[in-house]
Design a binder for this molecule. Structure first.
Ligand SMILES: [Zn+2]
Length: 471
């Protein structure tokens, strides 16, 4: 059932410019900068209502194309398939895919050069990187056209929460890679007439910053919030503490971090709108999202093939999430183990979309370091834009044993040395400030939690972290 707590449209400012941006400016901009976007958006909007058999056929067709491409042009996969005694012709069904070995983050770190397709020119691909939810930084390549199709997938999934191009959106985001650094308080003309995002960087946020942000929200009255889940919770707690009750959203699209039990209700009560959970990552962008029925997360199945690999250590139905990107050619990810646990829901969603449903995502929780000033610093932000660029760092974990002492545990990769430590200190200092005593210690191994997941931030006043998304 659709809940009735949604804010009424009258609470939001009428915005005649939104229609103009949606119908004129955004399409012109997209045509120039993302030429394949409109074509993919039309296709994806159609695909979501395909008959399940047609959707499966489409996936299989795209999978075969990707496998043939990988076999011909990507040395890593050619060797992997040869070692397994396979050619792409041996993969005729979804089940056959299980004959192929799993691609781990370690594989990507160790074999990056031979994972790049030889037939995609540099001009048609871009480098990207991630901190990842496991603390293992990764670098990878995305086709320029794939950026367009990723943008189209995101637009489709955002539309389920009611968003359309031209609508103002409040962004509470922890990664400066996505938002750009030092954004001015008043958005410049591109913000006003195109992007229409009010951005609060939750990687490091002060009370003063929050109050400035509230003033901006009062001025622009965005209908939608896009946020790191824990960033949204932090902001909601702040509003409640300050007795601020006039910040309302129609929908809140939450991603990158887990929502803990009770937090969804708290957010919906504080801001009046509905929470739409989103599961995604930098490697493949949006993986799955909730629709207006909130029965699970619909997989972005026309661009990705998501498998849930059962494991004897997990409850029945639950498994490790493996992702195959069906459209990215420059560095294909095939059966990529992203590091999360989830279950596939076999039920049909009442919305009529045939995109399969994922159940709760287990084992995704981003923590914050707590500075002596009480400022919170997002661990995912530190990983994404401080550590992820360093190839000689294989894995990290931040341990904060009291308000002023942080140890960064590092599993060193090739080329690690004193210069790397110096670089890490230099990069972390602006986020941690002068009062934190930072120790960097190398280690052979960072142990997983009993849940099987790695935590990359541990804090002295942490309780045992719950590992389930509240749905
Ligand atoms: Zn649905």
């Amino acid at each position: 059932m659709i809940a009735t707590t949604q804010a009424t449209p009258s609470q939001f400012k009428s915005d005649p410019t939104a229609g103009f941006v949606r119908k004129v400016i955004h399409p012109l901009w997209a045509k120039r900068t993302h030429p394949a976007y409109a074509r993919y958006l039309r296709e994806f909007e159609r695909n979501q209502y395909l008959h399940p058999d047609e959707l499966r056929d489409l996936q299989m067709r795209r999978l075969r194309q990707q496998l043939v491409h990988a076999y011909r042009y990507v040395p890593f996969y050619r060797l992997r398939m040869a070692e397994a005694g396979l050619t792409p012709l041996d993969i005729q069904t979804h089940e056959d895919l299980r004959l192929l070995p799993i691609l781990t983050k370690r594989d990507i770190q160790d074999h990056q050069d031979v994972l790049i397709a030889s037939n995609v020119p540099m001009s048609k691909r871009e480098r990207n990187q991630t901190g990842g939810s496991t603390g293992s930084p990764l670098q990878f390549y995305v086709d320029r056209e794939r950026f367009d199709s990723r943008m189209a997938s995101t637009a489709r999934h955002d539309s389920w929460a009611g968003w359309r191009p031209g609508d103002w959106t409040a962004w509470l985001w922890g990664s400066l890679l996505d938002t750009g650094e030092n954004l001015p308080a008043t958005p410049p003309w591109r913000q006003k007439f195109l992007y229409r995002k009010l951005i609060l960087n939750t990687a490091s946020v002060t009370e003063e910053g929050m109050l400035q942000y509230i003033n901006l929200l009062r001025r622009y009255r965005p209908k939608y919030m896009v946020a790191y889940a824990q960033g949204a919770v932090l902001f909601a707690d702040f509003c409640r503490d300050q007795g601020i009750d006039d910040i309302r959203f129609e929908s809140m699209i939450l991603s990158a971090e887990m929502l803990l039990p009770g937090q969804r209700d708290m957010l919906e009560e504080t801001f009046g709108g509905k929470v739409f959970n989103r599961y995604g990552c930098r490697e493949v962008s949006v993986i799955a999202s909730e629709c207006e029925y909130h029965t699970g997360l619909h997989v972005n199945a026309d661009a990705l093939l998501v498998e849930v690999e059962p494991s004897p250590n997990l409850p029945p139905g639950m498994g490790r999430v493996l992702i195959t990107d069906l459209l990215n050619r420059s560095m294909p990810l095939i059966r990529y183990e992203i590091g999360d646990m989830a279950s596939l829901e076999l039920t049909q969603c009442p919305c009529g979309r045939s995109l399969p449903l994922l159940g709760p995502i287990e084992g995704r929780l981003t923590d914050f370091l707590k500075l002596p000033s009480q400022k919170l610093v997002s661990g995912v932000a530190l990983l994404t834009f401080v550590v992820a660029h360093l190839r000689e760092v294989r894995q990290v974990q931040f341990i904060q044993r009291d308000p002023t002492h942080v140890t960064l545990k590092v599993v060193a990769g090739l080329g690690y040395g004193a210069h790397t430590e110096q670089e890490l200190r230099q990069r972390l200092r602006p986020y941690l400030g002068e009062q934190i005593d930072l120790t960097i210690a190398t280690t052979d191994h960072i142990a997983a939690e009993p849940s099987g997941k790695y935590r990359y931030v541990k804090r002295w006043d942490d309780n045992v972290a719950p590992t389930r998304v509240a749905n």
